[in-house]
Design a protein around this ligand. Structure first.
Ligand SMILES: [Zn+2]
Length: 325
């Protein structure tokens, strides 16, 4: 453990790039919709059994999220998304790295990691209730919700503006903190060292020798769980990307429809002007129907009838196109 901490105490701690910071933040924000999708799938599968869950999905997510983040903070000193991108939190003193984060910082990290999405979910739920015309019956509850929504809007604005300021300062090396919250908790991010993992073969040989303990079993289970969660998240990111790619591709490359079939009458007039039944002189196409006539024949017809002599579609002089073949 000492050698793992050693690299954190020097002044030359590598700062993760802004891309990694933004990527982990966006990954963190996909976790909740993914969880809720699974949740709503359960509810639609068996509404009688799981219907009550729909009402408590924010709380259920908060519990799941809490356990997940607690596990990662305790084991890797980073949130789930940070671990996924190979980052970890370090304590800072006067903007200089000062070793691993303390127990108190771990707990504060956990509280902020949980509170932020929970408050956001609640604010949007209260807002939806108001729009859908489902306000609370009691006046004090209604007032409280309105103030909560307004307060959250202000908080969001402050957070976004200060977040932008911190991003810019971080990029230009004027700040060691990628976001205001980490600054508040005197923490920053750095690259984590690869976690010490016991390989499967080591575990198997332990099993063979009869040294396999319960803690090894728990370790194996934990690893299986976190690995599948990470894989699941990666898969989710992939699906999101795929959907977006396909969305744009579909718009850009609409399928080419087959050409309309050639009607019998068109076959009959092949190479002939349908008006005088001779080879067209000054071949001129009528754009509303596609037939080719002599310029004189079709001009006269349109001037007198105002429609195509074959299909009877309405036509004007402007619909004539001289062909230069
Ligand atoms: Zn003609």
């Amino acid at each position: 453990m000492a050698e793992r901490g050693a690299h954190l105490t020097g002044t030359a701690v590598l700062k993760p790039t802004i891309f990694e910071i933004v990527a982990q933040e966006s990954l963190a924000s996909t976790l909740e919709p993914a969880f809720k999708r699974v949740f709503s799938f359960l509810v639609t599968c068996n509404p009688e059994r799981y219907g009550w869950l729909a009402q408590w999905s924010d709380e259920a997510y908060a519990i799941f999220h809490g356990m997940l983040q607690r596990f990662y903070l305790k084991n890797y000193g980073a949130s789930f998304a940070e671990t996924f991108y190979g980052l970890q939190r370090i304590a800072t003193a006067n903007s200089k790295p000062a070793g691993k984060i303390s127990k108190g910082q771990q707990n504060l990290s956990l509280i902020f990691l949980l509170l932020d999405p929970y408050l956001k979910a609640k604010a949007s739920q209260f807002e939806l209730d108001e729009i859908d015309g489902r306000p609370s019956k009691e006046k004090w509850k209604r007032l409280l919700k309105t103030y909560f929504v307004k307060g959250h809007r202000i908080y969001n604005l402050v957070r976004e503006v200060s977040g932008m300021y911190y991003y810019l300062s971080y990029i230009s090396d004027r700040s060691a903190y990628p976001n205001p919250l980490l600054h508040l908790l005197s923490m920053s991010l750095t690259y984590s060292h690869p976690h010490e993992l016991i390989s499967i073969s080591e575990l198997l040989s332990k099993w063979k020798e009869g040294n396999f303990t319960t803690s090894d079993g728990i370790h194996l289970l934990q690893r299986g769980f976190t690995r599948s969660l990470e894989l699941g998240t990666f898969f989710l990111q992939f699906i999101n990307w795929w959907n977006q790619e396909n969305f744009y591709n579909n718009l850009m490359s609409l399928p080419v429809p087959p050409p309309p079939p050639v009607p019998d009458i068109a076959r009959r007039y092949k190479g002939l002007c349908p008006v005088c039944i001779k080879s067209p002189s000054i071949p001129t196409a009528l754009s509303v129907s596609g037939y080719v006539f002599c310029y004189q024949c079709i001009l006269q017809t349109i001037q007198t009838n105002g429609k195509c002599p074959v299909t009877h579609y309405p036509a004007k002089e402007d619909d004539l196109i001289r062909l230069y073949n």
